[in-house]
Design a protein around this ligand. Structure first.
Ligand SMILES: NC(=O)c1ccc[n+]([C@@H]2O[C@H](COP(=O)([O-])OP(=O)(O)OC[C@H]3O[C@@H](n4cnc5c(N)ncnc54)[C@H](O)[C@@H]3O)[C@@H](O)[C@H]2O)c1
Length: 352
């Protein structure tokens, strides 16, 4: 297959970085987009020839090989199910679903209908974390013992993130899902299950630190123990001002790695009038900032979507970390963390 023909569902934030990534890929062709708003904006920005108000209608097109699901979390299930029934391969944004039952149903449907389900955990493709993979693989820090990882910012831009029903929870599912997915990839590796989790969050709305208009928590932290003994600490909160803060620390028996995914730019800028943009989720860009060189590339989106296009071109299944199984394990873990927070107890199980 020379070119993989793409249909995007959604038209805003995530759809934009999917379009950006596909447009950099000589093996991808943007064919159509379906959404309930901003169709003119996205189609003219990325030169997408066909637009639809109904994704079901778009799925009737025979000239689409791959669907990118860039809609709010609660819609992932219905859109993936419809894509599978239409015989389309599918990339699903995080989290895979808002419930474990939905995630399982999506995996089963894609398997039965013979389409690929690719779970968009971009951290697995962030260039800095790819380099880390190589350093770990050569034994540079010895045996992995403890990994601390977080994604935090000042609150989602999406209205759908504010309601439990449309988000699946609060900051922990919405942001914490990245470090959870990354730890599964790095430490779980498809054969080292998480066996115990402890979660602590605030309770949403009036119980939140800052975001009383969010039904879900605006602060969440979790501790994981893997079967081989490693510990993990994951964090996802909306109380972090000053720009999106994605950091990973990896402690090994012979060394340590510290990774700054979002503030690691080689550019330091001081501006009296302020610049138009530096990194995601800053309130303003006056004075000292660290403008990203290529934010979408640094976060992994570009290489992630290149890999998924190649999976379709070469008829290969995605690796553990970005397959349905890993997406499901993330949701199972989020539910276990929420349960632990409710009961005040550690939750034991086997999640992979
Ligand atoms: N991987 C990442 O780092 C990352 C970053 C941002 C968002 N996301 C994920 O991407 C998804 C979308 O988030 P967003 O920030 O773009 O949200 P958004 O609120 O900015 O946009 C939502 C989009 O969904 C569309 N939509 C809503 N209902 C629809 C329907 N019934 N049919 C078709 N389209 C519909 C809207 O038209 C809109 O374009 C979420 O699941 C989010 O978790 C992932």
């Amino acid at each position: 297959m020379e070119k993989v023909r793409i249909g995007i569902v959604g038209s805003k934030f995530a759809a934009d970085f999917h379009c950006d990534s596909y447009s950099r890929n000589e093996h991808a062709e943007l064919v159509a987009v379906a959404a309930i708003d901003n169709l003119e904006g996205i189609s003219s920005k990325w030169n997408i020839p066909h637009t639809y108000e109904s994704y079901q209608k778009m799925f009737e097109r025979e000239d689409i090989d791959l669907i990118s699901v860039c809609v709010p979390n609660f819609l992932h299930h219905q859109v993936v199910m419809a894509a599978a029934k239409a015989g389309k391969n599918v990339v699903c944004e995080k989290p895979l679903a808002t419930t474990v039952a939905h995630a399982r149903e999506m995996i089963r449907a894609c398997e039965e209908l013979g389409v690929k389900l690719m779970y968009a955990e971009d951290w697995c493709f962030a260039p800095a974390l790819r380099r880390v993979d190589a350093l770990v693989a050569e034994g540079g820090i010895g045996r992995l013992l403890y990994v601390k990882a977080k994604e935090c910012h000042n609150g989602s831009h999406s209205q759908f993130a504010k309601k439990r029903a449309t988000c699946g929870g609060g900051s922990f599912i919405h942001l914490g899902i990245h470090p959870i997915g990354y730890l599964l990839y790095l430490l779980g590796r498809g054969n080292n299950p998480v066996v115990e989790v402890t979660g602590r969050m605030n309770q949403g709305s009036e119980h939140n630190f800052v975001h009383h208009d969010f039904e879900g928590e605006d602060f969440g932290v979790g501790i994981l123990r893997f079967q081989n003994g490693e510990f993990g600490l994951v964090e996802g909160n909306y109380i972090t001002v000053g720009g999106m803060d994605d950091k990973v620390e990896i402690y090994g028996s012979e060394g340590v790695l510290k990774i700054d995914l979002t503030f690691g730019s080689p550019i330091q800028c001081y501006s009296r009038p302020g610049i138009s943009y530096s990194i995601e989720k800053t309130d303003h860009n006056l004075g000292w900032t660290k403008p990203a060189v290529d934010e979408f590339y640094n976060l992994g989106y570009v290489e992630e979507l290149r890999y998924f296009v190649d999976c379709v071109r070469n008829d290969e299944q995605p690796f553990y970390g970005v397959n349905g199984q890993a997406g499901l394990a993330c949701i199972e873990l989020v539910e276990a963390f929420y349960q632990s927070n409710e009961t005040g107890q550690a939750v034991r199980g086997s999640w992979l």
